[in-house]
Ligand binder design. Structure first.
Ligand code: SAH
Length: 325
């Protein structure tokens, strides 16, 4: 039994069943604070870890928006859950070469990952919460951040909970599941308020669906394989699909403009990832096969191209970012 499972069982025995939201929050808080989950030896691999092209495309998109908004000098680069800092380093290379000289602000709770981010971007400033970001124009990226925030699940109008039964953890009800996520809505509302009052653009990239729909999307990943959700609490990554329609609602209510939701593959192609791949291959002929493989993983619909979605939230005074107009 994992240490967290023992603690959760004691809590449930003392207080009664806990919500899926409390369970997911407890598991992921423990999980992220205690390890680097990324890469071949971890539990999952993300787009920026596949290729530098991903962060470069995000950086180029933000650099273009920033220039077309008049290149405000007080804008800052911000990232939510930057992992190893790889995306930020790749995006900032492009932003710096476009003349952006602003500060870098990261929202990250994991001390293990903060250390890695410090290696990648030594000048960054760190924050515990989205609300703590500076009230300045934002050039923000959140890649696979929202899927890690806790969700609530309801079945037949009753909130689904985790209980102790037959000596193990079990859900207290099944049936058609409706998911919601106050934690995501709050994070997005906070960003949208800053964008609508101070300016800026946020790129939200995650796996999920463009329209709200019923269904149980909570899943666990361990060593790159799906695992039962209630197994090994705190030792595997818990995620749930992001409902982009719900995010759109939260951002619009806070006064920001929301773009359409595009599949990641289409977005990267529109931004010119093929030309970037060709240039990289010409400069590194021995790596051409690897670059082509990464291009396929990022864009093709049998890999990350369709399941992952991209949406931007921006200030009413800023233009819609390239590729998402
Ligand atoms: N964006 C990175 C990492 C994705 S993993 C990439 O694409 O590679 C999720 C990231 O969000 C990790 O950095 C994790 O530590 C962070 N994170 C998860 N929950 C968080 C929370 N509640 N507050 C702040 N950061 C969180």
């Amino acid at each position: 039994m994992t240490p967290l499972e023992r603690a959760l069982r004691e809590r449930i025995q003392a207080e009664g069943p806990i919500t899926v939201e409390s369970f997911m929050q407890a598991c992921n808080d423990f999980y992220y604070v205690t390890r680097d989950p990324l890469g071949a030896r971890g539990d999952f691999t993300t787009a920026p870890e596949i290729s530098q092209m991903f962060g470069e495309m995000a950086g180029a998109c933000l650099a273009d928006s920033w220039k077309r908004a008049g290149a405000p000098a007080d804008a800052v680069y911000a990232e939510l859950g930057p992992g190893r800092g790889t995306l930020a380093a790749d995006a900032l290379r492009v932003l710096r070469s476009a003349g952006f000289a602003g500060e870098v602000h990261f929202v990250e709770t994991s001390p293990v990952l903060r250390d890695m981010q410090k290696q990648a971007v030594p000048t960054a400033h760190w924050h515990e919460r989205v609300d703590d970001l500076p009230a300045q124009p934002l050039l923000l990226v959140a890649n696979e951040f929202l899927d890690a925030l806790p969700i609530r699940q309801h079945s037949g109008g009753i909130e689904r909970r985790v209980m102790v039964a037959a000596g193990g953890l079990a859900f207290d009800r099944d049936g058609e599941i409706i998911e919601s996520s106050p934690a995501r809505d709050e994070a997005i509302a906070s960003i949208a308020l800053c964008l609508s009052t101070k300016g800026g653009t946020a790129l939200i990239i995650d796996y999920g669906h463009a329209k709200s729909a019923a269904g149980d999307t909570l899943q666990a990943l361990h060593a790159h394989r799906f695992a039962p959700v209630l197994d090994k609490p705190g030792e595997q990554d818990l995620t749930a699909h992001v409902d982009f329609e719900a995010l759109t609602r939260a951002a619009s209510e806070a006064g920001a403009v929301v773009t359409r939701v595009l599949a990641q593959g289409e977005w990267l192609v529109r931004l010119g990832i093929h030309a970037r791949a060709q240039a990289l291959s010409r400069a590194n002929p021995d790596r051409a096969g690897e670059i082509d493989g990464a291009l396929h993983r990022l864009t093709s619909s049998d890999e990350m191209g369709t399941l992952f979605k991209v949406m931007a939230i921006h200030s009413p005074d800023w233009p819609a970012p390239a590729g998402l107009e």
